[in-house]
Each structure stands twice: as structure tokens, then as C-alpha cells.
Design a protein around this ligand. Structure first.
Ligand code: ASP
Length: 322
């Protein structure tokens, strides 16, 4: 037997055993179904409720994710998203959001002030402009021209917390504590189409102009209708460095289940930043084309909410590296 042929047989045998491993694992992966909606953190539950109204009426995943994330965006008590979000160190509430549909259409706003629902401005960018991203004053100008109302997003409570922070003015993101948390939502509709939305006020007391992963397509959110969708939360700088959500989707394309894909992405962060990764939180959440889902985080404490015909809007704890 020549060596090329021997090599081919060896590779085929290795591939066959890999495939049988995968199919074994497939049996242990909980089966998914359409429609399904999943979203980050405990506040995902209220958001899922709104999204499910759209999905259960056979609505579009895109409408479901937009209407789902409106819930925390409009809630002044949620200090990490939309109205009532913690400001930057100069006291300004600057919001980041993006949205992506089943046809790879996407829209995003960066550092947008005064608008309660940045996700809907992001959707307008996607649908009404030739661009993907609008930032800062330009994004505000576009929002106002499209009928959004200018509002004060700094609530008395978040102003008080910011003033207390100013006394020491130490910037130290603490895992799972209220100075960060984004809502990332992924939905699969009854027609088996995927969409996602991601919206945040970003890291509390960030530098003026700082933008995290959340509004960056491929970092905070990515949707590929053939494969699946992913979103992230936590210290955005670390997610951007690995193009996190795009990485998770590509790992699913290579045959990894959603949770495995999230785990590999988290391990990439650990490899890049072994010391820093011990002190910060990053979590990924993924939804496969058939409704299977999974999550993985650096630290314990990352939760996510799932709503489908089989799972009645339930909060789960993601497994973690540390
Ligand atoms: N990822 C967000 C950011 O870096 C914050 C968060 O999810 O906690 O802006």
C-alpha cells in the first residue's frame, strides 16, 4: 500500500470515529424545536414573555426579538439597559444596540443618547439606510428624523449612584454585579428563521465615547440562518478581541453543539488573558437552527431564560470555566 493511500485510510478512520462520537453526543443533546426564544440574564424572562407573544402567533423572529428587548429597555429599574441605564463617567447615558435577521441584514447604533429604544433605531438603520452602523450625534439625528422622541434617560436613582461612584471614581468591572449586563436575545420562529437583538447601556461609568461588543455585529451578536445565532454579555473588550459571537456560530457550523461552541469561545478568552479572565465575566448564549441551545461563561452566575413549546419560560444557570 503506498503511503498516500495509508494516510487516506487513517484519516477516514479518524473521521469515522469522530463522527460516531458526535452522533453519540447528539443523542445526549436536548432536542430543540421551533419556535424558541432565549435571552441573557434573569431579565430575559420578562423579555421572552413579550417575544413569545409574537412567536406563538406565528410572527417573525425579527419582530419577536425587537419587541422582546423593548421590555428591559423601557424599564427604569433595569440599570444596565435603556431608560435608567448607568451613565458614563460624565453622567451621560449612552446606549449601544444591534439587530440582525435571517437574510444577514443588520443594523446598529453606537453611543446613542436620549432614545429609550435604541434597538428600534438599529432596526431603522437596517431597513431605511444603505449603512449598517450609525454612531453618536448622527444616530440621534437619524432617530429624531424618524419620529423617535428625545427623552432624559438618567433617572434620579442612577444619577445618585453615579454621584456616589464619583467620590472614588474607580473603574473596576465586577463579575455579575450591576455595573454590567446586556440583554442579548435570539429567536427561531415557526418558519424556522432566526434573528437576534442585543442592547445595553454598556459598562457603567465607562469613558465617554467607549463602545463595547454589544452593537458590533460579529462580537455581541451574529446570526447565520443556515447554522444558528449567538450573543454575548460581560466585558465587551474581551469579546471584541475574539469576534465572539461570530466565532460561536462558526464553531456550530463545524459541528459543535451550542454549549460546546460557547465553551470553546470562552476558553479562547482564557488563553488570551489568563490572568484577567479570573476577575471578569463574559458569557455566550447560542441557538442552533433546530432550536437546540446552550450557554457558557467565564464565572458562575451567568443566567439565561428559555421559552419554547417544551420549556415554559425558565431561567437556567450557565456552566462556567472557573
Ligand atoms: N457587554 C457589555 C459591554 O461591554 C456589557 C455587559 O454585557 O455587561 O458594553
Amino acid at each position: 500500500m503506498d503511503s498516500t493511500r495509508r494516510r487516506f485510510i487513517k484519516t477516514t478512520a479518524a473521521l469515522a470515529s469522530l463522527l460516531s462520537l458526535k452522533s453519540l453526543a447528539a443523542r445526549s443533546q436536548p432536542a430543540g424545536s421551533a419556535p424558541t426564544v432565549i435571552s441573557t440574564w434573569d431579565f430575559g424572562k420578562g423579555a421572552n414573555e413579550a417575544a413569545w407573544k409574537v412567536l406563538s402567533a406565528k410572527g417573525r423572529a425579527l419582530d419577536a426579538v425587537e419587541q422582546g428587548v423593548w421590555v428591559p429597555e423601557g424599564d427604569p429599574k433595569e440599570t444596565t439597559v435603556g431608560l435608567g441605564g448607568a451613565p458614563d463617567r460624565e453622567g451621560r447615558v449612552t446606549l449601544d444596540a444591534c439587530i440582525m435577521d435571517e437574510n444577514a441584514n443588520c443594523g446598529s447604533v453606537l453611543c446613542l443618547e436620549h432614545i429609550v429604544h435604541p434597538i428600534s433605531v438599529a432596526r431603522k438603520v437596517m431597513e431605511k439606510t444603505p449603512h449598517v452602523i450609525l454612531a453618536g450625534d448622527g444616530a440621534l439625528q437619524f432617530a429624531l428624523a424618524n419620529g423617535f422622541k428625545k427623552e432624559n434617560l438618567l433617572t434620579p436613582e442612577s444619577e445618585k449612584a453615579w454621584k456616589a461612584w464619583l467620590k472614588e471614581a474607580k473603574y473596576k468591572p465586577v463579575a455579575n454585579i450591576e455595573n454590567h449586563d446586556t440583554i442579548g436575545m435570539l429567536a427561531l420562529d415557526a418558519s424556522s428563521n432566526l434573528s437576534g437583538a442585543c442592547t445595553t447601556s454598556g459598562m457603567a461609568y465607562k469613558m465617554r465615547g467607549r463602545v463595547g461588543d454589544s452593537p458590533i455585529i460579529g462580537a455581541g451578536l451574529f446570526v447565520d440562518n443556515e447554522v444558528g445565532a449567538a450573543t454575548s454579555t460581560g466585558v465587551g473588550e474581551e469579546v471584541i478581541r475574539i469576534c465572539g459571537s461570530h466565532l460561536v456560530v462558526e464553531l456550530m457550523r463545524q459541528g459543535n453543539f451550542p454549549q460546546e461552541a460557547c465553551e470553546i469561545a470562552v476558553k479562547r478568552i482564557v488563553k488570551n488573558q489568563p490572568k484577567k479572565s479570573k476577575e471578569i465575566q463574559v458569557g455566550f448564549l447560542a441557538l442552533g437552527k433546530n432550536g437546540e441551545y446552550g450557554a457558557y461563561a467565564l464565572q458562575p452566575g451567568f443566567t439565561y431564560a428559555v421559552y419554547s413549546n417544551e420549556v415554559p419560560n425558565t431561567i437556567f444557570k450557565a456552566p462556567s470555566y472557573y
